[in-house]
Design a protein around this ligand. Structure first.
Ligand SMILES: O=c1ccn([C@@H]2O[C@H](COP(=O)(O)O)[C@@H](O)[C@H]2O)c(=O)[nH]1
Length: 242
């Protein structure tokens, strides 16, 4: 089956065996995949090495958020593992983000991995932002501000929802990446996600990459769902002038 390098499949499964079974079902060799906490905390760095050895591109989604020295040293190690894309929380601040970039440059064997900053999780709503995180501003303004900070601190882009993609590019540059989870096929339930978009909508809103998990992995036919995401993305025109 054909894949698309801008579609990142979230491998949210608890073991290597389940991951291999899922990849066999989807049958998209060499596609972009995401290893998150669930799989990494069970299988460790070997899972990334195995995926890379099989030709997949890997986003290692561990969302580091700690003091700058710890993040720098952790990133030095993660760069050696060989992921193509990694991330931190922008809320860790500019010194921490700069330390992440430096650690990656120190550890990278060849090209350093793309480093993203998570702005506000796609499971966060405006209401939660105000009542729980105690930030009394429109979420898009908060995300724009984090994106500017991240760009100045040497990040290559941010994780945000598709709905903020154009705003973060206005605040930074058209080259600054918007990697957007919270993607659902139209028929699917949002579940715990609050800021969601379909693959086609995400493209028109200016996403550079979309991250798709349960709309594919929980589908009765994951291969058909993956194909639908690829087609919907591919049949939609990308816009930057939102
Ligand atoms: O803001 C964020 C940051 C990361 N994620 C991750 O993306 C996938 C989404 O999975 P779905 O099943 O498509 O909801 C998941 O691995 C999250 O950890 C995110 O959703 N939002």
């Amino acid at each position: 089956m054909s894949s698309n390098e801008k579609i990142i499949l979230a491998l949210d499964v608890p073991s290597k065996d389940e991951m291999l079974a899922l990849l066999a079902k989807i049958n998209a060799p060499g596609c972009y995949v995401k290893v998150g906490m669930e799989l990494y905390y069970q299988e460790g760095a070997d899972i990334v090495r195995a995926l890379k050895a099989s030709g997949y591109r890997v986003f290692l989604d561990l969302k580091l958020h700690d003091i700058p020295n710890t993040v720098r040293r952790a990133m030095r190690g993660l760069a050696r593992v060989g992921a193509d894309m990694v991330n931190v929380h922008a809320a860790g601040g500019s010194v921490m983000m700069r330390a992440a970039a430096e650690g990656l440059a120190e550890g990278a064997v060849g090209k350093r991995p793309i480093c993203l900053a998570v702005t506000q999780l796609t499971s966060t709503s405006q209401e939660m932002l105000e009542s729980e995180i105690l930030i009394q501003q429109p979420i898009v303004d908060v995300i724009q501000s984090y994106a500017s900070l991240a760009a100045r601190a040497g990040m290559d882009g941010v994780v945000c929802s598709a709905w903020e993609a154009a705003a973060i590019k206005r605040a930074t540059s058209s080259q600054f990446l918007a990697v957007t989870p919270g993607i659902r096929l139209a028929k699917d339930a949002a579940g715990d996600q609050k800021r969601v978009a379909t693959p086609g909508r995400a493209r028109t809103l200016g996403s550079d990459y979309i991250v798709v998990g349960r709309s594919i992995t929980a589908a009765s036919d994951p291969a058909a769902a993956y194909r639908q995401v690829v087609e919907e993305w591919g049949n939609t025109e990308w816009k930057t002038d939102n």
